[in-house]
Design a protein around this ligand. Structure first.
Ligand SMILES: [Zn+2]
Length: 56
């Protein structure tokens, strides 16, 4: 599965997000929110938090 580099929305460190194919980019990332339905979730190695990501 391809991955994209993004910035963790919690601490700003570089984080990796899995994407379904090489053409998919990350549209936005946000901290976890009970009322949001992300395309995928990822974990930041720097701060350990999980965050949400949406594909373009
Ligand atoms: Zn982080």
């Amino acid at each position: 599965m391809p991955v994209r580099n993004t910035a963790c929305p919690v601490c700003g460190a570089e984080a990796l997000v899995n994407v379904p194919d090489a053409d998919t980019k990350i549209r936005k990332v946000e901290p976890p929110d009970m009322n949001s339905y992300p395309d995928t979730k990822a974990a930041c190695k720097e701060c350990g938090d999980t965050f949400y990501a949406w594909y373009s």
